[in-house]
Design a protein around this ligand. Structure first.
Ligand SMILES: O=C[C@H](O)COP(=O)(O)O
Length: 247
């Protein structure tokens, strides 16, 4: 049985003054029936982990593939773990686009994350042009093959399907489209990893909000969500957590 996961990605948002959202969230959901994760900017990982007091998991939004060295501005998976993080997002489409991260780089980052004892949340997703060109499943298949390391297990990897055109736009795929991709990902992972592929959690991400969470969580092979904008406020993210608990 896969444990559901509500993951929030604060992206480049959040100051120490916003950590009140974390206590509001843990007060409203002291022992959620699903796993809850927040990934703040790197500057807040330590303080958020402290504020969360173990009541929710904290993670990074990216890590370098190396453990240490001359990489100005980067942080390693070990540093995230040292600051109190237990997850890290890798291969988010904003990293793939803004920092030219290839599947090979994403795979190396996922391997670094696993090596540091973190759970890697590996993101995949098609652009609007790729969907219009009916290339969605080919793109997802290629990204999974290239980005997910051979050492992936149900315990150390989570896969997030985030159509690029649905991120921050208020647009979401139809439930049939989400089911098609999630079923395809499940079959692809089972073909490669057998039982482990069946145990890996598959998240949907892209304009998830309280009003659409329930129907998305009822969709085939959706084990939770990776939430951007709606994870910034405890009230919105709390409503998404409640929908996931009820699913
Ligand atoms: O990592 C989160 C996703 O990019 C989704 O962002 P969004 O919920 O603001 O559309």
């Amino acid at each position: 049985m896969r444990k559901k996961l509500a993951a929030g990605n604060w992206k480049m948002n959040g100051l120490k003054s916003n950590l009140g959202e974390v206590s509001a969230l843990t007060e409203a959901h002291p022992s959620p029936a699903c796993d809850v994760l927040l990934c703040p900017p790197a500057t807040l990982i330590g303080a958020m982990a402290e504020a969360a007091g173990g009541k929710l998991a904290v993670g990074g939004q990216d890590c370098h593939m190396n453990e240490s060295g001359a990489h100005t501005g980067d942080i390693s998976a070990q540093m995230i773990a040292d600051a109190g993080g237990s997850y890290v997002i890798v291969g988010h489409s904003e990293r793939r686009a803004d920092h030219h991260e290839s599947d090979l780089i994403v795979r190396a980052k996922a391997e670094a994350a696993i090596g540091a004892g973190l759970i890697a949340v590996i993101c995949v997703g098609e652009t609007e042009a790729q969907r219009d060109g009916e290339q969605t499943l080919d793109v997802i298949g290629e990204q999974l093959a290239g980005s997910v390391p051979d050492g992936a297990t149900a315990a150390n990897c989570v896969i997030a399907y985030e159509p690029v055109w649905a991120i921050g736009t208020g647009r979401t795929p139809t439930l049939e489209q989400i089911a098609e991709v999630h079923d395809f990902m499940r079959n692809t992972l089972v073909a490669r990893f057998a039982d482990a592929g069946n145990g890996m959690r598959l998240l949907y991400g892209g304009s998830v909000k309280p009003s659409n969470a329930e129907e998305i969580f009822a969709t085939s092979n959706v084990d939770g969500a990776l939430v951007g904008g709606a994870s910034l406020k405890a009230s919105d993210f709390g409503a998404i957590i409640a929908a996931l608990e009820a699913s």
